[in-house]
Each structure stands twice: as structure tokens, then as C-alpha cells.
Design a protein around this ligand. Structure first.
Ligand code: 6PG
Length: 249
């Protein structure tokens, strides 16, 4: 696959979540048919909640073989899994608990451990889950974008060449409430499909900077470009408000 990029603008966060669910289910069915499993990583934050809930609603009737879905996280806060700020808990409460009993296979980032230990444990989990040589190749990685252009827990100022040889690292970002563990950019850019789900007026400026600005690389989210995969930006009309020349679905 060559690096393909798509920008889709939907009329509302709910329509963006519905479109994201279509992409999720299509990618899952394709991966399971091709490789016998679907490997997907979710990000945290508030934006993906409608997506998680929509997937849960739609999955029941889609015939998706959840036992062949391997669920990972793009990043995690270093808190216990039942902490209100846990990205695992966000998915548990809005997706996992709404699925049939035999849900996906969970590969949680152990946020309850000290940050560096948690990162190393997640790297071991990735190495075990993606036994092929080289970088883990996720079928789909879901990402959000902060107003500062961070994605996962890769924040502005992070050297793109940092963490050579690492697939997940601990991050102590100024201003972040907790230390975090994040997939590294090299893993994200090795995905078959990276999908940004970004909604809301507060993201309009950073979205325009990244998608139409001159200094895309200034933002970690702007550095996401899977060389051999597909990059999709799913936006609602508010987040796309500063883009010019794009239609709205
Ligand atoms: C996290 C996320 C983070 C998130 C952005 C956007 O752990 O916080 O992975 O990268 O995607 O901060 O967050 P909102 O969706 O809340 O705007």
C-alpha cells in the first residue's frame, strides 16, 4: 500500500462517530478475513466516547467476531485501571461493558505500574502480540489531537528521532495531570490505517495548521503519515471550520 490520505468532514460529532464506526467495522472484517485477527489501538480523551458507544451499538448486529479482535491503547495515563482518568476505563465503560460477554482480547497498558516499568511491560506485550520481526503493524490506530497538536501522548517538543528502538515509552509532560505511556511515532506510522477523530470548534485552528499549514511537522499530530498505509482525518464541521476548499458530508 502506498501512503494514502483522506479528509472527511461530517456534519456533527455524532455523524463523525457513525462514519468512524463504519471504518472500524470494515477494517475489522477485512483484517479478520485476511489475517484471522484485527489489531486496533484506541486513544483516550473525550472525543472518542461517541465512537465507542456507536461501535457497541452497531457491533451486535454486525456479526463481528469479537474473539478475533485484539484491543490495545495508543496511550494511557499512569493511573490504576479503575481511575476516572484511565483510558482503559473510558473504553471499558463506553464499549467493553456494552458488548456481548465474549468481547475483544484486551492488551492493557498497566498504568498502575511506575511509568517506565509500565512502558517496558507494554513493549513486551507488543512484542508478544506482534511476533513478526520489525515494528508492530496495527491494522488500525485511532488518534485524537490536542489543541497544541499533540497526539497519543506525544507532545510538542518531542524529538521525532527520540526513543530509537522503542515501541512504547513513558512520558512526563509538563501540564499533563499524570505521567503517561504512549506508542512511539514509529509504531503509529507503521500502521495499516491511522485514523484521527477530531471534533469541536476548539480544534479548528490546529486542524487547519496541520492539514493546510506550512509547518505541519511542528505538531506531533502533523507527523503522523503511515508510509505504507492509509491516513484518515475524520472531522466534524466545527473542527473543519478553518479549512478551505473541502466539502462537508
Ligand atoms: C489522551 C489522548 C489524547 C487525546 C487528545 C484529545 O490520553 O488524552 O490519547 O491524545 O486524544 O488529548 O483529547 P480530547 O478528545 O479530550 O480533546
Amino acid at each position: 500500500m502506498t501512503g494514502r490520505k483522506a479528509v472527511e468532514v461530517l456534519g456533527s460529532p455524532e455523524l463523525a462517530a457513525a462514519r468512524g464506526t463504519e471504518l472500524f467495522l470494515a477494517s475489522a472484517v477485512d483484517a479478520i478475513a485476511r489475517a484471522g485477527r484485527f489489531t486496533v489501538a484506541f486513544s483516550g480523551g473525550s472525543t472518542p466516547v461517541p465512537l465507542f458507544r456507536r461501535i457497541a451499538e452497531q457491533a451486535a448486529g454486525s456479526g463481528l467476531a469479537w474473539g478475533k479482535v485484539h484491543l490495545f491503547w495508543s496511550d494511557e495515563r499512569c493511573v490504576p485501571p479503575d481511575h476516572p482518568d484511565s483510558n482503559y476505563r473510558l473504553v471499558r465503560d463506553n464499549l467493553l461493558e456494552r458488548l456481548p460477554a465474549s468481547g475483544p482480547l484486551i492488551h492493557r497498558i498497566p498504568g498502575e505500574l511506575p511509568p517506565e516499568e509500565a512502558a517496558r511491560a507494554y513493549e513486551a506485550e507488543l512484542a508478544q502480540s506482534f511476533p513478526c520481526p520489525g515494528l508492530p503493524e496495527f491494522d488500525m490506530i485511532w488518534l485524537g489531537a490536542g489543541t497544541d497538536g499533540h497526539t497519543a501522548s506525544i507532545f510538542p517538543g518531542t524529538d521525532p528521532a527520540a526513543f530509537p528502538g522503542r515501541t512504547a515509552v513513558a512520558v512526563h509532560a509538563a501540564g499533563a495531570r499524570h505521567p503517561r505511556v504512549t506508542l512511539t511515532l514509529r509504531v503509529i506510522n507503521n500502521a495499516r490505517h491511522a485514523v484521527f477523530l477530531v471534533t469541536g470548534k476548539d480544534k479548528a485552528e490546529v486542524v487547519a495548521e496541520i492539514l493546510q499549514g506550512k509547518q505541519r511537522d511542528r505538531y506531533p499530530a502533523g507527523r503522523v503519515a503511515p508510509a505504507g498505509g492509509t491516513l484518515t482525518w475524520l472531522l466534524d464541521r466545527e473542527a473543519a471550520g478553518r479549512l478551505v476548499g473541502l466539502g462537508i458530508k
